[in-house]
Design a protein around this ligand. Structure first.
Ligand SMILES: Nc1nc2c(c(=O)[nH]1)N(C=O)[C@@H](CNc1ccc(C(=O)N[C@@H](CCC(=O)O)C(=O)O)cc1)CN2
Ligand SMILES: Nc1nc2c(ncn2[C@@H]2O[C@H](COP(=O)(O)OP(=O)(O)OP(=O)(O)O)[C@@H](O)[C@H]2O)c(=O)[nH]1
Ligand SMILES: [K+]
Ligand SMILES: [Mg+2]
Length: 458
């Protein structure tokens, strides 16, 4: 697969496409005709030599109508010194939507094809510049919702996951070669060093388990947590959202039933992206709009990873709180006792609730306690993996698990003194599984699945 030379020259807008934002927009061409296309539609000022890695100033111009589309800077990166290892041209245009779209259209008119999502990265992979884990890290970096997630993606891009996987795979390939040699030419060779093999397999298993332990952290960093604030009207749910997000995102009044729709805010706590949902106070109501709001609250609750069940310290636990609690107690809950500044004495609540945080939202009190409580509920998976700066994704975890199972099988095969042919079968499946992670062994359909999730232009 790696030998196939890509025939098409692809083009895409590489920068974000948002009106009124971004002062520079980039259109990127990659492929054998990139330079030829660029020379047709770009008129440099003066007579530059179109040297690789030099910036050329000029105008993008329709060669037939002579209509100037944009004033731009052009960079030519000659193969193989480019991201894709193909000839690459970048047009650095004025930002906004229109200039980049017009440059893109000109490129299409003069022989380029619109790139599929992830196709630049796919080419970088096929041309051996990056491996699959690095390609996945690029997509992750683009989608990172926190500085920590971005840092982990950067580690992946630098090969911090690929390297140990490759090392293990090569070690297993060496062992496989030793075993196969004994099958083919048993008489001419010294006996197999079984002790060494047993030790190597054990060490690889330990490494694999260590890397597998980063999966939970990976999921947290990538998708983050969805947290819903729920409770009866007027306990201070919206005030809590505002205090926590340091904004006045949600409307707060002293009227019960103020919040009608789900109000969302994005936060980052300890590097974990958190989507906070403030919901309508739950109660029986005849008001049509409020009724729909209550239905939405219940839906949000059921989709949340964590529920902040909020009650008022002023009134203490009421029968209305009890009713809501009965509906949500099977979920992952932190009890928020708000209005602690005007709380009555002797607050009671169901003793089975273990996580309690006291807040006074209107005076920003208790927010740090709230964040600590949230981190506590998700910490288990993280602590184990903290010495690693990588975090594997689901695909990588599935392949690693297959490698682990295969190596366990190798151990059993050795223990039971089964013939060498059996050793090779399990060794091969471990090698195959590790090769799928880096892409040394991968099918086209797996590649399709990985790269199709990328955005256009990557
Ligand atoms: N303008 C621009 N900025 C960008 C990118 C880009 O493609 N264009 N990148 C795109 O992701 C990232 C930088 N990553 C890059 C990685 C490798 C190469 C590259 O040309 N590598 C060649 C050799 C480089 C040299 O010798 O100078 C190689 O590894 O063969 C370029 C960009 C982020 N910023
Ligand atoms: N003293 C005190 N008052 C608070 C506190 N939190 C909220 N309040 C007040 O309680 C009232 C209701 O606050 P909201 O934040 O609108 O309550 P809510 O739970 O979102 O109400 P609904 O959207 O109607 O369900 C407002 O008058 C707030 O100023 C607090 O910690 N202490
Ligand atoms: K209210
Ligand atoms: Mg509210």
């Amino acid at each position: 697969m790696k030998d196939i030379i890509q025939q098409d020259t692809i083009v895409a807008i590489a920068s974000a496409v948002v009106p009124n934002q971004g002062s520079i927009g980039i259109v990127r061409l990659s492929g054998v005709n990139a330079l030829e296309i660029a020379q047709k539609i770009f008129k440099p000022q003066g007579k530059p030599k179109w040297q690789s890695h030099q910036v050329i100033y000029g105008y993008v111009k329709n060669p037939i109508t002579e209509k100037v589309v944009d004033e731009a800077l052009l960079i030519y990166m000659q193969s193989p010194r480019s991201f894709t290892r193909e000839d690459v041209i970048e047009f650095h245009c004025h930002g906004g939507i229109i200039p980049v779209q017009q440059v893109l259209e000109l490129c299409l008119e003069y022989g380029a094809r619109l790139a599929n999502g992830g196709e630049f990265s796919l080419r970088a992979f096929l041309n051996g510049r990056i491996d699959l884990t690095q390609a996945e890290s690029i997509a992750e970096m683009v989608g990172a919702k926190s500085a920590y997630a971005s840092q982990v993606a950067l580690a992946g891009l630098q090969g911090k996951l690929a390297q140990p996987i490759r090392d293990m795979r090569h070690n297993l390939l060496d062992i496989l070669a030793e075993v196969e040699a004994r099958i083919d030419f048993e008489d001419d060779l010294p006996p197999l060093d079984e002790e060494q093999i047993i030790q190597d397999v054990e060490e690889n298993l330990i490494k694999i388990k260590h890397i597998l332990a980063t999966k939970e952290q990976g999921e947290l960093l990538r998708s983050g947590l969805k947290v819903a604030i729920v409770g009866r009207p007027n306990v201070g749910k919206s005030s809590l959202l505002n205090a926590w997000s340091k904004s006045d995102r949600a409307i707060v009044t002293d009227l019960p039933g103020t919040t009608r729709d789900v109000v969302e805010s994005q936060l980052v706590v300890n590097g974990i992206p958190i989507q906070v949902l403030d919901t309508a106070g739950i109660r029986e109501t005849e008001d049509t709009v409020e009724k729909i709001g209550v239905m939405r609250s219940l839906k949000a609750v059921n989709q949340a990873d964590l529920v902040l069940f909020t009650i008022s310290g002023e009134t203490g636990w009421m029968s209305e709180d009890e009713e809501i609690y009965q509906q949500i107690k099977h979920l992952n809950i932190i009890l928020i006792i708000n209005k602690i500044d005007i709380a009555k004495e002797n607050l009671t609540y169901p003793p089975e609730i273990k996580q309690i945080v006291k807040t006074a939202a209107t005076i920003q009190q208790g927010i740090t306690d709230l964040e600590n409580a949230i981190i506590n509920t998700v910490e288990t998976g993280i602590t184990q993996a903290q010495d690693l700066d990588i975090a594997i994704n689901q695909r990588q975890a599935a392949a690693l698990t297959r490698a682990k199972v295969a190596l366990n099988q190798v151990q059993e095969t050795i223990d039971n003194q089964l013939p060498l042919d059996f050793w090779t079968i399990d060794l091969r499946s471990a090698i195959q599984a590790l090769g799928e992670i880096t892409g040394e062994e991968v099918t086209e359909s797996v590649l399709d699945r990985i790269f199709s999730r990328f955005c256009i232009g990557k």
